[in-house]
Design a protein around this ligand. Structure first.
Ligand SMILES: [Zn+2]
Length: 143
């Protein structure tokens, strides 16, 4: 845990964030799950003994992390924003119940690589906007 915390402290320092106890606890909780939790779920995961048991504090801290680029905010169409400590380029599958899982990296990469670049160039030309990257969200069917 000491090494893990040291990595988080370095990440905060690189992002220009002060390392407070509550930030450390919140980031640690998010980093050890791959469930893309909501702010409320994160607060519940931390339990009532943590230093940021107020939901507003959790939201504010997550917002700070998002702005600093050390986590991903995943807005959802049908529910609260979800959060991901994995900031690498990867795709998500959203289930009808609102849960989000990661597409295996090699398959997500394969899907994005098959995206027609000439279509992206056409969109850039028509809108006059340079496209930096393509992101897709996969929606699972109701079963
Ligand atoms: Zn993810």
């Amino acid at each position: 845990m000491v090494d893990c915390d040291q990595q988080i402290r370095s990440l905060f320092a690189e992002a220009g964030l002060r390392c407070t106890k509550q930030r450390l606890e919140l980031y640690r909780a998010l980093a050890k799950t791959d469930t893309h939790p909501t702010a409320e779920q994160l607060r519940d995961m931390l339990g009532c003994n943590c230093s940021c048991s107020s939901l507003a504090t959790v939201y504010n801290t997550l917002e700070t992390f998002c702005k600093a680029g050390i986590i991903r905010c995943i807005p959802t169409a049908s529910g609260p924003t979800r959060y991901d400590a994995d900031t690498s380029d990867h795709l998500h599958i959203t289930s009808p119940d609102g849960s989000i899982i990661d597409v295996p990296h090699h398959l997500g990469k394969k899907l994005l690589a098959s995206f027609p670049s000439e279509l992206v160039q056409q969109i850039e030309a028509e809108l006059g906007l340079p496209i930096d990257r393509v992101s897709l969200e996969l929606i699972a069917a109701r079963t």
